[in-house]
Design a protein around this ligand. Sequence first.
Ligand code: IPE
Ligand code: IPE
Ligand code: MG
Length: 250
Amino acid sequence: MSLKSAIQIERLPKHIAVIMDGNGRWAAKRSQERNLGHEQGAVAVRQTVEAAAEIGIEFLTLYAFSTENWNRPKDEVDALMELLVRSIHNETPTLMNNNIRLRAIGDLNSLDTKTREILDEAMEKTSKNSRMTLVLALSYSSRWEITEAVKTIAKAVQQNQISINEISSKTVSEAMNTNFMPSPDLLIRTSGEYRISNFLLWQLAYTELYFTDVLWPDFNKEEFYKALIDYQKRERRFGKTSQQLEKILN
Ligand code: IPE
Ligand code: IPE
Ligand code: MG
């Protein structure tokens, strides 16, 4: 029986972020090239997007390529970019059929022209879709994003659009690349690594973290449901006491 039936639909996270890790190790275990792991990773992406949309998640953010990943061997970077272009091209009709909007965060100007064009086209085409927003973090790193936000705010101060005393946590959030989405409620990282790897540092302040040893290419709907069930066992206190939360519920 599927674990899906154990999930309380009224207590779903609104936004799930995923660090999809372990493609290379998945391939190495099979004595295959790392790129085969990335290809299989794309299958896991499909499964996860489907599961999230079906159950009613509003935002799903996938860490697909970090700023630091540009430092990998050129062959691997090229293969990842080619896979990205191919996947976006092949999956756009599915996104349309399922009413899913595609967005991207990261330094998109660093992508090559062809990749950028196909991404822009898919985002434009799906922009009116409203069931779920799928966000790809591409050439993304949190320190890059925060640095850019600091520059945006500094410019606004310099041009007298805002005074220094008016700068609040909201000002910072609004200057971020992620200003169109709520903070993640749940972060999933696969492959048994216990780190954040420069992903959404500001936005993860109160996110529930879920780590699994499963390598990303082996991740599937049932693994996704496991993460949701684990999340639903947590008590999110946001600095308050358990007693205070009970009062709100009763
Ligand atoms: C995640 O898998 C995919 C990307 C970072 C693009 P990895 O390629 O990092 O796989 P491992 O961590 O080497 O196993
Ligand atoms: C994080 O995975 C980035 C993505 C999943 C895109 P990495 O494999 O690059 O992370 P580190 O280097 O092990 O921290
Ligand atoms: Mg990795």
